[in-house]
Design a protein around this ligand. Structure first.
Ligand SMILES: Cc1cc2nc3c(=O)[nH]c(=O)nc-3n(C[C@H](O)[C@H](O)[C@H](O)COP(=O)(O)OP(=O)(O)OC[C@H]3O[C@@H](n4cnc5c(N)ncnc54)[C@H](O)[C@@H]3O)c2cc1C
Length: 417
């Protein structure tokens, strides 16, 4: 029996027998996706779905209205159940499974009835911690990774700045080496969980060298003197997730808080982005299927001109086209993830998947919202929430245009400077 199959039931089901294979996701039950992953992936998803239905979904509307969710409390619940370190090393409290299980978790997190909460969970598991898990010293992993997996610390990732997010090489924040410390000055923008986080995985310039070789990733505790959380930004969507602007003024951290080698931060961050982009793609699949399914139900029950709206070929054909696109995206994602697990560089496929995910969720929510008529323009229905929240997929973690540039680079069509 594999390590994974023996560990999963014990850790996730408290030593009791694992539940039967779960019922398919809502979209799947209605002729949508069939699960192509193993029974163990399905078990993991089933356990997570139960937790989401009990601990998260009943509170989502309140958190959306409050523009924040209690990250500390929810992360502790998820950490206790083993969901914050599915593919992290067991010596730091992870389950030691491969990345496809983290993607299964990302897909199931899509059953949370908003985008903000899953995004913050994704920051914790697949955006702020992959480089630390892979390149960090044992001491650093014990200090920051283990408690993040346990849900005792909330993490954020600090790459973007006011002066620009797409051009990562041109960030300005500096971490100057003084003795055995770094002294950090600068600012970070758009930081998910920024007003709640205990530590930041920060990309900063640690020397004056060439922009791809002068950066380092540093674990920065957010309670240090000189860290100022300026404001929670007012956004059109992702309401339950707080997004902060943060300033750093002579913030001192030990030099040993640098992840891996000094000067390798840009490379580490680019690797970390691969995981982030696959996670973002996985996380948007289920919400799109839910919107298709709910649109089918609504248009079937609503009459216009003497028949259900769904009976118009323009409506049911369009929904079939969109379902087909979701299936294609899932196939691309799983192919990229399988190659990634085998150790291949999937930068091109991950960029393609993220590009397609961002464009598809915009196209799909726009089309479906239209079929809801006036109801689609209210805050009463899920389609309008996904219309707003899903818009971020084309922006966060690298915009569509950045994805296109990467794909062009791999195609050999990007003009040199
Ligand atoms: C809700 C939210 C949460 C976020 N969370 C985080 C976080 O936790 N941590 C973090 O570090 N960042 C975070 N971000 C930042 C996000 O990653 C950036 O917004 C994104 O990378 C784009 O950067 P920018 O906003 O500075 O846009 P800019 O870089 O200013 O770009 C503006 C526009 O110009 C386009 N553009 C730029 N260059 C080119 C080009 N060469 N050709 C064509 N078009 C181009 C871009 O694609 C974009 O459409 C978050 C953003 C949001 C909105």
């Amino acid at each position: 029996m594999s390590v994974m199959s023996s560990r999963l039931p014990l850790l996730l089901f408290g030593g009791r027998a694992a539940p039967r294979a779960p019922r398919l996701a809502r979209g799947a039950a209605a002729g949508g996706s069939a699960e192509t992953r193993s029974g163990e992936h399905a078990q993991l998803r089933s356990a997570l779905r139960k937790l989401i239905e009990k601990e998260i979904n009943p509170h989502v509307d309140k958190w959306e209205a409050e523009k924040k969710f209690p990250a500390r409390q929810i992360f502790k619940t998820l950490g206790d159940a083993g969901f914050l370190g599915v593919n992290k090393p067991t010596e730091y409290g992870g389950l030691g499974l491969d990345f496809s299980y983290s993607i299964a978790v990302a897909e199931e997190l899509g059953s949370i009835r908003c985008g903000g909460v899953p995004m913050a969970i994704g920051v914790q598991t697949d955006m702020a911690t992959p480089a630390l898990a892979r390149f960090g010293s044992d001491e650093l992993r014990r200090e920051f990774l283990a408690p993040s997996i346990a849900g005792d610390l909330v993490a954020c990732v600090g790459v973007s700045e006011v002066t620009g997010g797409s051009d990562v090489a041109s960030i300005h924040t500096k971490a100057e080496r003084k003795g055995d410390e770094y002294v950090i000055n600068g600012g970070k923008m758009w930081i998910t969980s920024g007003s709640q986080a205990d530590w930041m995985c920060m990309l900063a310039n640690t020397s004056a060298g060439p922009p791809h070789k002068n950066k380092s990733l540093i674990c920065v505790p957010m309670d240090r003197s000189g860290v100022h959380v300026a404001k929670n930004l007012d956004k059109i969507g992702m309401h339950s997730s707080d997004t902060a602007q943060i300033f750093f003024e002579d913030v001192r951290v030990p030099a040993k808080f640098c992840i891996g080698e000094e000067g390798k931060g840009f490379t580490y961050q680019m690797l970390q982005f691969q995981q982030e982009r696959l996670w973002a793609t996985a996380n948007i699949l289920h919400p799109m299927e839910v919107v298709i399914q709910e649109t089918i139900e609504y248009t079937r029950s609503r009459q216009a001109f003497g028949q259900p709206i769904l009976n118009n070929q323009m409506v049911h054909f369009r929904l079939a086209e969109l379902q087909t696109e979701v299936e294609l995206l899932r196939s691309l994602l799983h192919r990229a993830v399988d190659l990634y697990v085998q150790g291949h560089d999937v930068t091109k496929l991950a960029s393609m998947a993220k590009l397609k995910a961002g464009r598809l969720v915009r196209e799909l929510t726009d089309a479906c919202l239209q079929f809801w008529g006036g109801m689609g323009f209210t805050n009463e229905v899920y389609v309008s929430r996904l219309f707003r929240d899903g818009r971020l997929v084309s922006i966060g973690g690298g915009t569509d245009e950045v994805m296109l540039s990467i794909i062009c680079k791999y195609m050999g069509t990007l003009p040199g400077k």
